[in-house]
Design a protein around this ligand. Structure first.
Ligand code: ATP
Ligand code: MG
Length: 293
């Protein structure tokens, strides 16, 4: 951040992108060209009244402190933040393709043809989480809604090609920076690790579990322990009631990776480093690059 004090006057506000629980997100252009982001950013406007209503000040402060200190190509950058009388503004990297959730829902699941894309997503996530864990940051709320996609444009002499971009972990609202074990229950039920369901102490290995859940959801279109009733989901998680439907056909190696992440004993889950070396991933994943086939 090259500038000490930001204000809304430093930005031209563009189109409305979306609305969350605490405020709105707009496309914005920084007037003074200081960022390396191509000068276009996503400006998240959070209303102080809403923070007050939900008593979420400390949550937001933690989110800001954590995200501001992370700098990885697969983690959404928080470039700066500022506030006025009524609002808090977060200057975020703009992820033009939006939520991975929407892409996943529109396709239902990523077909066999697109497994290279899934491999890239999983490798990107493993790399980004390894970076976060190295800084003692546990995300605790990895799910498709919190993963954004940017757009990469490849320009050649004769034409240009817009391709699926990189995956970016966003929303550090549930993240913690900690060396020790924690025991707060948080996150979305389908993605909760057994130790969180049981409200036991947990550590960074909860993110490895969630990566297994996501990998399954990418390939099959639904999370593995989904049920009508939350209580049934809890029970299925506790039993690790993992079933692989015959349709769509998924390779044995992909199933092997999922099975090695969805392990009840958190200390026995495949490490992020080993995920990156797993036979299914090394086929052609490129965590530093884009995710197109
Ligand atoms: P919650 O309040 O529970 O976090 P949310 O994630 O939907 O809900 P926001 O994070 O405020 O709320 O985001 C609102 C919308 O804007 C979402 O559709 C989100 O995908 C989109 N969005 C947020 N940040 C960015 C960004 N940096 N680039 C592109 N789109 C974004
Ligand atoms: Mg959000």
């Amino acid at each position: 951040m090259a500038k000490e004090e930001w204000s809304i006057a430093d930005f031209e506000i563009g189109k409305f992108i979306g609305e969350g629980k605490f405020g709105k997100v707009y496309l914005a252009r920084e007037k003074q060209v200081l960022f390396r982001s191509g000068y276009v950013v996503a400006l998240k406007v959070i209303f102080k009244a809403k923070l007050e209503k939900y008593r979420s000040h400390s949550h937001l402060r933690r989110e800001i402190e954590i995200q501001h200190n992370l700098n990885h190509s697969n983690v959404l950058r928080l470039f700066a933040w500022f506030h006025d009388e009524t609002r808090v503004f977060l200057v975020l990297e703009y992820a033009a393709r939006g939520e991975l959730y929407k892409v996943l829902k529109s396709l239902h699941h990523f077909s066999e043809k697109r497994t290279a894309t899934v491999r890239n997503y999983v490798a990107s996530l493993a790399g980004a989480l390894a970076y976060c864990h190295g800084k003692h940051v546990i995300h605790r709320d990895i799910k498709p809604e919190n993963l954004l996609l940017d757009i990469e444009v490849h320009i050649s002499l004769f034409n240009y090609l817009i391709v699926e971009g990189r995956l970016k972990i966003a929303d550090f609202g549930w993240a913690v920076q900690s060396n020790s074990k924690r025991n707060t229950m948080c996150g979305t039920i389908d993605y909760l690790a057994p130790e969180m369901v049981e409200k036991k102490e947990h550590d960074h290995a909860v993110d490895n579990w969630t990566l297994g859940i996501l990998c399954y959801e990418f390939l099959y279109g639904v999370p593995p322990f989904e049920a009508e009733d939350e209580y049934v989901t809890f029970r299925r998680i506790m039993k690790v009631d993992l079933k692989f439907p015959s349709e769509p056909h998924i390779s044995a190696e992909a199933k092997d990776l999922i099975s090695k992440l969805l392990v009840k004993d958190s200390s026995k889950r495949l490490s992020l480093h080993k995920i990156l070396m797993h036979p299914w991933i090394v086929q052609n994943a490129d965590p530093s690059g884009s995710c197109f086939e």
